[in-house]
Write a protein that binds this ligand. Structure first.
Ligand code: PLP
Ligand code: COI
Length: 352
């Protein structure tokens, strides 16, 4: 370890309640390297900069993937992760897709836990409304020019205290604009959390924001008809018949938040759920409520959607948080903060 970790029990003097979703430098990050077929032990470092070769495949050919997770402080002081084994699993799916070595679950957990623990003073306190965002990443480093996989890799985990992803605090209504540009090809990398998907989406986000939307909504790229997902979140719909719908598509990220909310709707609200192709234009009149969901987005109700040259209000009241989304939000964050019973064994406490 080249960084001296002093465990502070004090918290930083941040205005926790007013944090946005921005990078905040914290004291330590975890880094491990892969070379000659194996991972080293890894260590904490205090440098937020990575020195890589100018020929690194991560820089030229986007041979990289990442994850997004959050740690929350519970009322009793526990520091809670939400279903971290699914982030580990998803990172390894992306690694395999891009011909990168898998990060063993033990290394993934150790990296995440060490980065969280070493930055204890940066973990937002209980009740602040903020959380510690955790960004594990895997990048192809070393020298390379031709199009072939890297021979060396770095697994890194950094953390940053964050507030809400969309500007408004708490549960507030957002708007999406259907994108004219595609995010992912039907048999491409859309279902993997790889940076290349996001680079291609930057223009879509910009165009959506020029229309006054929070972000882009992608339709399937084969027909431009079925809902895929938003730029940084999956989509949930409550139909007028009271069914919780979510798009089935092999071009979207399998959101851990969405998978969890579908289970909560069934188990806690006794709602029928369906994962199926959803034709935006044909089915829009049957939408009662809609939301975007993800680690950063949490659950953000969608008030209106721009498509075919105009805004369309979702359900009866475009700017009001619907009752089902409110209940699902309360259930989700109640569990994540340790306020509600964790019936599914989703929480993982970091030993501090
Ligand atoms: N879709 C995209 C494109 C995302 O970037 C994210 C964020 O991670 C999600 C969906 C939501 O996934 P999760 O709930 O696992 O954070
Ligand atoms: C997340 O929700 O963790 C993400 O990775 C989305 C990202 C665009 C902030």
């Amino acid at each position: 370890m080249d960084a001296q970790v002093n465990m502070h029990t004090d918290k930083k003097a941040l205005d926790w309640a007013n944090l946005g979703f921005q990078y905040q430098r914290t004291d330590f990050r975890f880094t491990a390297n892969w070379e000659n077929g194996s991972w080293n032990e890894g260590r904490l470092t205090d440098s937020e900069c990575i020195v890589v070769h100018e020929g690194a495949p991560a820089l030229h050919y986007a041979q990289q993937c990442f994850e997004g997770m959050k740690a929350q402080t519970a009322a009793d002081g526990r520091v809670l992760l939400f279903r971290p084994e699914l982030n580990s699993e998803r990172m390894n799916l992306a690694a395999s897709r891009l011909l990168m070595p898998e990060v063993p679950q033990e290394l993934f957990f150790r990296g995440v836990e060490e980065a969280v623990r070493a930055n204890y003073s940066w973990i937002p306190p209980y009740g602040s409304g903020a959380s510690l965002y955790i960004r594990p990443m895997l990048i192809g480093v070393g020298e390379n020019l031709g199009l072939k996989p890297a021979q060396q890799f770095e697994f890194r985990v950094f953390v940053s205290p964050v507030g809400p992803y969309y500007k408004q605090a708490g549960l507030s209504v957002i708007s999406l604009a259907v994108s004219e540009v595609d995010r992912a090809a039907p048999n491409g990398t859309g279902s993997f959390k790889v940076g290349a998907n996001y680079a291609g989406g930057l223009l879509a986000t910009k165009l959506a924001q020029e229309l006054g939307a929070n972000e882009a909504l992608y339709l399937d790229s084969a027909e431009g008809r079925y809902i895929d997902e938003a730029g940084s979140a999956n989509i949930l719909i409550v139909s007028k018949e009271g069914v919780l719908l979510t798009p089935k598509s092999n071009a979207i990220l399998p959101s851990i938040t969405r998978r969890s909310i579908m289970i909560l709707a069934e188990d806690e609200l006794q709602m029928p759920t369906e994962e199926r192709a959803i034709d935006l234009r044909a089915e829009f009149p049957t939408f009662q409520e809609a939301a975007a969901c993800g680690t950063a987005a949490v659950l953000s109700p969608i008030g209106k959607i721009w498509f075919d040259g105009q805004w369309h209000d979702v359900g009866d009241a475009g700017s009001v948080v619907g009752p089902v989304m409110q209940k699902l939000y309360d259930l989700l964050i109640g569990i994540q903060k340790g306020e509600l019973q964790d019936n599914h064994g989703w929480l993982h406490a970091v030993s501090i």
